[in-house]
Design a protein around this ligand. Structure first.
Ligand SMILES: Cc1ncc(COP(=O)(O)O)c(C=O)c1O
Length: 456
């Protein structure tokens, strides 16, 4: 007999079931046999447990001998990166019918020509592995894009690598450049995969906080984050989740610290074209003496509203690209075959297509910011990206996690607490991130619903 409450249990099909409190205190019926019951910290062997459900497929009885005690199989450096608040909030939106402004993907498609190019690629048989570095036409298009928009000269053959989204580019660079114990300087709040990827590489995260409402770089804490162990700076401009575009002065400071510490700058610029009100995105690779130590990352998914295609890339000095390529070939090897020529075509589209995507998003930003302000939140109007951060404190909130959990019931909208992107949870205690990359009808409805917050 065991006395456990709320424990995950391995059932016969190999999945996990949850025991409700008290169930395991009953005597199991004859013939069920022994079970292995895992709590978070211990494994209890030979426990005789009754099934939690009469259905046969949920019977979890096991012969002890057939299931050795493996403990927690997850490597220590990845513990703490379990189910995220994003999954919880999306599930909450699904189960309550709330409008999900927690997740950052558009609900409309990108340019028609690009979609047709993908269909043509599939129909013309481009469905097998593309070359390891990416299809030459996409490598050329990325190099040409960097020349056209930023005046950068990039060799498509040696200085570009196509990846499975920007996510794989980030992983390949960090795993390729960092030894265990190397330090990575980044800003908080950070895009959530940064922390996990640094941990996966055995690196040490050193952060500087960008504080609401202007999210300006704090020079003192940034300087303090650098040390003799700094291997690279992981920068994100325009920045998720704040919507900040780093200024020239801020970039100059970051670059001078990187040069002083002989560090790489890995710059995630996936929102490079989603910039509003004429703000200028400055690619780090264009700054003086930086091209030789900068790896630039971007993604067709964000620019062209095709996040599911996972066509990303990086470019930089040939040695750094080769290091990332070495790792990348053992992550996915290649991905997104027929979508690569389509993104190549999209990169070459007219300026007005780029401007149209940004101005449509700017109008959506205005719509949601207005709605959030009217509902009583304090809004930090973003200069770029898909996201706006708002402070729920004026509505009496003291904890954004609780506030977000209550939002479906209070107003039928879901956001995500910014503390999920921070090491220092207190710095973002009452902040919520909302995505505005949604259809106008969805945003209009969200704005109507948000007004219930002032009433409740
Ligand atoms: C800052 C940032 N970098 C990278 C990514 C991932 O891009 P991809 O979908 O191309 O992997 C995201 C997605 O939300 C992001 O916000």
């Amino acid at each position: 007999m065991v006395s456990l409450s709320f424990v995950p249990v391995i059932h016969e099909a190999g999945g996990i079931a949850i025991l409700v409190p008290g169930v395991c205190e009953r005597t199991p019926p004859e013939g069920i046999g022994t079970a292995v019951v895992r709590t978070r910290h211990t494994t209890v062997r030979d426990a005789r447990i009754p099934p939690i459900c009469p259905k046969a497929d949920l019977w979890f009885a096991h012969r002890t001998a057939s299931l050795p005690d493996m403990g927690n199989p997850l490597v220590a450096r990845m513990r703490g990166f379990g189910t995220t608040i994003f999954a919880e909030m999306s599930e909450l939106a699904r189960s309550t019918g709330a409008i999900n402004l927690g997740q950052g993907f558009p609900d409309t498609d990108g340019p028609r020509e690009m979609l047709d190019a993908a269909i043509d690629a599939i129909n013309s048989g481009r469905n097998q592995y593309p070359p390891g570095a990416g299809f030459p036409e996409l490598l050329d298009a990325i190099a040409e894009h960097q020349r056209r928009f930023y005046g950068l000269s990039v060799d498509p053959a040696r200085e570009v690598l196509v990846t499975a989204g920007a996510t794989e580019a980030i992983a390949a660079v960090i795993l390729g450049l960092c030894e265990p114990g190397d330090e990575v300087v980044t800003f908080e709040p950070y895009y959530d995969c940064y922390a996990a990827t640094i941990a996966l590489a055995g690196g040490v995260r050193r952060t500087s906080m960008l504080r609401f409402p202007d999210f300006a770089v704090d020079e003192v804490s940034l300087r303090a984050a650098f040390s003799s162990r700094t291997r690279l700076v992981l920068l994100n401009t325009p920045h998720n989740p704040t919507g900040k575009v780093f200024s020239r002065a801020e970039l100059d400071l970051i670059c001078s610290l990187a040069r002083e510490h002989d560090a790489w700058v890995v710059t995630d610029e996936v929102y490079e074209h989603l910039v509003f009100d004429g703000a200028a995105h400055i690619p780090v690779a264009t700054l003086p003496d930086m091209a030789d130590r900068t790896i630039t990352i971007s993604s067709g998914g964000k620019t062209f509203s095709a996040t599911g295609w996972k066509v990303g890339w990086l470019h930089g000095p040939p040695d750094a690209v080769a290091a990332a390529r070495t790792v990348k070939q053992f992550l996915t090897f290649v991905a997104s075959g027929p979508f690569q020529p389509a993104v190549a075509l999209a990169l070459g589209l007219d300026d007005k297509i780029y401007r149209g995507l940004a101005s449509s998003l700017q109008a959506k930003r205005d719509l949601l910011c207005e709605g959030l302000s009217t509902a009583g939140l304090a809004v930090a109007r973003p200069a770029a990206t898909y996201f706006v951060i708002a402070d729920a404190a004026p509505l009496g909130a003291s904890d954004a996690v609780d506030f977000c959990r209550q939002m479906p019931a209070r107003c039928g909208v879901v956001g995500v607490p910014v503390s999920a992107f921070c090491d220092d949870k207190d710095a973002a205690r009452t902040l919520v991130r909302f995505a505005f990359c949604k259809r106008d009808a969805v945003l209009n409805e969200a704005v109507v619903r948000l007004s219930a917050l002032t009433a409740s």
